[in-house]
Unconditional design. Structure first.
Length: 327
């Protein structure tokens, strides 16, 4: 490792300070941490690994890479309705990583720890012969019995999604140079949406009272909704024209550089998709205005299986590529 710092030195100098707010982390000086969920709560645990060139771009700012690896994991906490508490971090750094890079990475972690009120509690640092990669295990707590799952959608429920869909996909395309025509404002907006997703933590917690199913949209809206369909044993109809799209994405669509099905199959949204009974729709609107967050009804739950897509004429649309396919 260049910059002369040993693994122990890196832990002591850059990582241990990130654990200062969690007494059970023992300042990263023991073999493991000890964590208890709050009274009346269950522990919720999730892991997401991120690899350079797949989940972030090698030349992204170290601060942004740090924030993104936390945020994709925080998004899973949001999907369960959990309050995030802390995380374990494994880093796989190439041999020529500099201490300057690590310092900036730690600053990014510190920023988002503050923003989301979480602490580092442990982990491992490894030198890698391959590309840079990270693995985070995030944990949080949720009041017993109130967690959001994918399996509770009922016939007649309305399907909602938070924020706007497709920005992350277009931001990635733009970052890779595939949308050179964009003006600077549109490009910056979309690339930021890819680089720094906004986990919907507060929304998830508010939804524990009303939603019948919930997940975060990481692989593409259609693909992810198919998980709710499968786990709940129901059919979902989605109305293409109701999918919320940002002004920036609208501009890309208008210029013919992408189409609507690209946006709902693209992934990297980290918005929440959820179902709630029709009788709760005023509650959902209340949450939207409390949180100043767009929550859009995009479909409905019916008897049957799979996800159907319906265009503005009421015609069913075939989608050949439902979303990101793992392996
Ligand atoms: Mg998820």
């Amino acid at each position: 490792m260049s910059g002369e710092a040993s693994e122990f030195e890196i832990i002591r100098r850059y990582l241990a300070p990130l654990s200062a707010n969690e007494p059970g982390a023992f300042s990263l000086t023991d073999d493991a941490a000890i964590i208890k969920p709050s009274n009346g709560c269950d522990l919720v645990i999730a892991k997401d690994a991120l690899v350079a060139g797949v989940h972030f771009l090698k030349n992204d700012r170290p601060e942004d890479i740090a924030r993104k690896i936390l945020r994709v994991n925080l998004s899973d906490m949001a999907a369960m309705g959990a309050r995030p508490v802390g995380y374990l971090l494994a880093t796989f750094w190439p041999k020529d990583i500099t201490t300057g890079w690590i310092e900036r990475f730690a600053l990014g972690l510190a920023d988002d720890q503050k923003r989301y009120d979480i602490s580092l509690v442990g982990g491992d640092t490894v030198k890698s012969d391959n590309d840079m990669a990270f693995s985070v295990t995030m944990f949080g707590d949720v009041r017993q019995g109130t967690q959001l799952r994918r399996n509770g959608a009922g016939v007649g429920d309305i399907v909602y999604v938070s924020g706007t869909i497709g920005d992350g996909y277009l931001g990635l395309k733009s970052s890779l140079g595939a949308l050179p025509q964009l003006n600077a404002i549109t490009r910056d907006y979309l690339e930021k949406r890819y680089c720094l997703p906004e986990p919907r933590i507060e929304l998830g917690q508010r939804l524990t009272a009303y939603a019948t199913s919930c997940l975060d949209v990481s692989d593409g809206l259609l693909a992810d909704l198919s998980h709710i369909s499968e786990q709940s044993g129901i059919h979902i109809d989605i109305f293409l024209k109701q999918i919320p799209v940002s002004d920036a994405a609208q501009q890309v669509l208008g210029d013919g550089m992408a189409n609507e099905t690209d946006l709902i199959t693209g992934g990297d949204d980290y918005e929440l998709a959820f179902t709630a009974p029709r009788s709760q729709s005023h509650r959902i609107q209340e949450i939207a205005s409390d949180l100043d967050l767009q929550l859009t009804a995009i479909g409905q739950v019916k008897e049957g299986e799979a996800v159907g897509l319906i265009d503005e004429n009421g015609t069913r649309v075939e989608v050949s590529k439902p979303g990101w396919v793992h392996f």
